[in-house]
Structures are given as structure tokens and as C-alpha cells.
Design a binder for this molecule. Structure first.
Ligand SMILES: Cc1cc2nc3c(=O)[nH]c(=O)nc-3n(C[C@H](O)[C@H](O)[C@H](O)COP(=O)(O)OP(=O)(O)OC[C@H]3O[C@@H](n4cnc5c(N)ncnc54)[C@H](O)[C@@H]3O)c2cc1C
Length: 358
């Protein structure tokens, strides 16, 4: 068997986008994934949101990454005959008069106007708690995580480029020019294990700051708008009489086990947004860990002592929004030696965090 160009470890959203990009460039690849064990990509909301955080700032690199992501997902849907990408506005309900002022001032900022729609006066929406008014966030979208990941998996399986097994780091042989792993030779290997990079002996030195998040799926006959509704937390329609509510943040307990405390927190969010009389039942409760980094920027690049070992990781709470664009960006670097975005280049961490094994 001829040598592969790349082995990719992890078929989360990062590994899937990287694999797709390299396949489209004619590269020979093999993906190894342990069947989404503790994967964040299936728990995610899948929202592409240009304005985030308490301070209502533009999401990092959103101007380039979001339009590209939309084009990428639409194209993929069409090619695979799948249905997982939806243009959806975010309806931001103001929690107070102060928050309303902040939104109003942002709306007049140069560079923000195209993302923030006109103000909806209080009580514009019959079934929502919008007593301080609301705004639409434009250019947002929703990728349905399970449907998108299933489509990717089917596509890689059909091409015969994926193996479902755990990658055992101890079995990677670096002694020859070509890497050897379990009967396969490859020029390079790209690690995309999300937060589970903590088990990776080559890249666990990078400064990660993972955050567990939980989401509830509720069954309810509530008749609320089809937008992604934000008010502290968020709620969105995800099927006939089904809503998803999210999400929590926990930096201490890094595992994929749903908790009673998060359930209560999420139910309180739902009660605050859904009309009291609508009633709802919990249909599902899921938890995952976001691969957040200490600098809130991804970790892209090669190992300081072996350029064949590569990291494509650290997409935090924005894996769906950022992975398509950065997969193309990283492939340009790997194939054409173009520079990595300095904020995402893992080189910036070497001096402070990397200790040689030799
Ligand atoms: C509650 C919550 C809400 C979120 N909401 C959003 C959102 O609205 N928008 C957004 O863009 N992002 C959101 N995210 C973030 C998003 O889920 C992550 O950024 C994204 O999943 C990271 O992708 P990844 O491929 O790096 O990691 P993962 O999705 O974790 O995938 C890593 C893959 O590698 C595999 N793997 C790991 N180790 C091995 C090994 N040794 N051998 C074989 N396979 C291995 C795993 O099984 C998994 O399949 C949310 C996350 C959470 C938890």
C-alpha cells in the first residue's frame, strides 16, 4: 500500500473539516476516530453567532470565517444530499434597560450595524419575556450537529477513509522517514481530538482551558418563534414540538456526564423564556467538553521537535463556526507553506510551555 499523505486523529467537526479540505485537494488520508466517544460536536448547539459575550463584541475572525462556513456547509449539504444547515436569526431579548442601551450603542458602531437589526419595542412577541425590548442578530445560522456529523461520517465511510477505533499514541512509530501506525505509513499526522488532547503525549503541553457544557432537549407544544432566542441562556426549536435549551459552563468537572445541578439551571432558563402555560417535558439531557484554550485562540501548527506531528485543535465554543475556514487556512499552510494566523499559531506557546523530552 502506498504511503498516505495524512492520518487524521478524531472525526469531530475539526477533524471532519480538515479531512474534507485535504480530500478536495486530492490528498490521500485516513481518519481514525473512536466513534465520537466523549465528543463535543454532538452536544453542541451548532450556532454560528457573529456577536458574542457579555460585552457584545464581534466574534474573533467572524468576518472571514462565518461567510466561508455558510458557503462550506451549504455546498456540502447539496453534494451529500443532506439537510443540516439553516439560516436562522438570533432574537436577543434584553434583560434590563442597561442592556438595551448597550445594544443600541453597538448598533451605531461602525462595523456592527450590518449584524444588529432594528430594535423591536417591548412586548412585540406574544409568548416571550421581552419587556425590555429586543434586537435581531443578522447573519447568524444553525448547523444541526447530529445530522451534519452523520453526513460527514457517511461521506468518509463511502470513500473508505475512516477507521472506527481508539488511536493508541504508544503505537505510533516515528523512527523512520514515514510515520508507521498499525500497518499504515503516512507522511504526517494531524491531531484533532478536541479536549481529549490532554491524553496526547505530543501536544498536552499546550495551554488548554476546557469547559464542560450541558444542554436539555424539551418536548413542548409552546408556539414560539423559529428564531434562536437569547436571554442569558438560549432556546431554539429543533423539531416538531422539540426545543433545545443551553447551556452551562463548568471548568472543574471535565466529563460528559449530565448533572442535576445543570438540569435545574437549564430548566430555569426555559421557564424564563417559554410561556408559563405551555408546559414541557425533558426529552434528552447531554453534556460535553468544549476544547477552550487559555488564550481563546485555536492551536494550529507543528510539534516543535517533529514537523510531521500536527495540531488542529482548540476551537473552544466555536468549532462549527470556525473549523471550515481554519481547515482551508491550515491546508494552505501545509500544502503551500503560507503563514499561520499568528494568533492561532501554536509557536507562540513554545517558549513558555514546551519542555523537550530529550
Ligand atoms: C454545550 C455546548 C454547546 C456548544 N455550542 C456551540 C455552538 O453553538 N456553536 C459552535 O460553533 N460550537 C459550539 N460548541 C463547541 C463545539 O462543540 C466544539 O468547538 C467542537 O465540537 C470542537 O470540535 P473538535 O472536533 O475539536 O472536538 P470534538 O467535537 O470533541 O471531537 C473530537 C473527536 O476526536 C475523537 N477522539 C479523541 N481522542 C481520540 C483517540 N485517542 N482516538 C480516536 N478518536 C479520538 C473523539 O471521539 C471525537 O470524535 C459547543 C459545545 C458544547 C459542549
Amino acid at each position: 500500500m502506498d504511503a498516505l499523505d495524512y492520518i487524521i486523529v478524531g472525526q469531530g467537526i475539526a477533524g471532519s473539516c480538515m479531512a474534507r479540505e485535504l480530500i478536495s485537494r486530492g490528498r490521500k488520508i485516513l481518519i481514525i476516530d473512536n466513534s465520537w466517544k466523549d465528543a463535543a460536536c454532538l452536544v453542541a448547539a451548532g450556532v454560528i453567532n457573529p456577536i458574542t459575550g457579555q460585552r457584545l463584541v464581534k466574534s474573533w475572525r467572524s468576518e472571514a470565517a462565518h461567510p466561508y462556513a455558510k458557503k462550506f456547509y451549504r455546498g456540502l449539504e447539496k453534494e451529500l444530499g443532506a439537510d443540516f444547515f439553516h439560516d436562522r436569526k438570533i432574537l436577543q431579548l434584553c434583560k434590563s434597560a442597561e442592556e438595551r442601551e448597550l445594544w443600541l450603542s453597538r448598533r451605531h458602531d461602525v462595523g456592527y450595524a450590518e449584524f444588529i437589526g432594528v430594535e423591536n419595542p417591548p412586548r412585540s412577541f406574544e409568548n416571550l419575556n421581552d419587556s425590555f425590548g429586543s434586537f435581531f442578530i443578522e447573519r447568524s445560522a444553525w448547523v444541526e450537529p447530529q445530522a451534519a456529523m452523520d453526513a460527514f461520517k457517511k461521506y468518509f465511510s463511502k470513500l473508505g477513509v475512516i477507521r472506527f477505533e481508539n488511536f493508541d499514541y504508544g503505537r505510533l512509530d516515528l523512527s523512520k522517514n514515514l510515520l508507521q501506525y498499525s500497518g499504515v505509513s503516512a507522511k504526517k499526522i494531524i491531531f484533532c481530538e478536541g479536549w481529549q488532547t490532554q491524553n496526547n503525549p505530543f501536544f498536552s503541553w499546550l495551554p488548554m482551558r476546557p469547559a464542560k457544557g450541558e444542554i436539555l432537549t424539551l418536548k413542548s407544544s409552546a408556539d414560539i418563534s423559529n428564531h434562536i432566542i437569547h436571554r442569558g441562556g438560549w432556546i431554539m426549536k429543533c423539531g416538531e414540538n422539540l426545543f433545545r435549551v443551553g447551556s452551562t459552563w463548568d471548568r472543574e468537572n471535565l466529563n460528559s456526564s449530565p448533572t442535576a445541578a445543570a438540569q435545574n439551571e437549564l430548566l430555569a432558563i426555559a421557564k424564563n423564556m417559554l410561556p408559563a402555560e405551555s408546559g414541557f417535558k425533558i426529552a434528552a439531557h447531554s453534556a460535553g467538553v468544549r476544547p477552550c484554550t487559555a488564550t481563546t485562540r485555536p492551536h494550529l501548527g507543528s510539534h516543535p521537535e517533529d514537523p510531521r506531528l500536527l495540531s488542529f485543535n482548540g476551537f473552544g465554543s466555536k468549532g462549527y463556526a470556525l473549523s471550515p475556514y481554519f481547515a482551508r487556512h491550515f491546508a494552505d499552510h501545509l500544502e503551500n507553506a503560507s503563514p499561520i494566523d499568528p494568533e492561532a499559531d501554536l509557536k507562540r506557546h513554545v517558549k513558555k510551555f514546551f519542555k523537550s523530552r530529550y
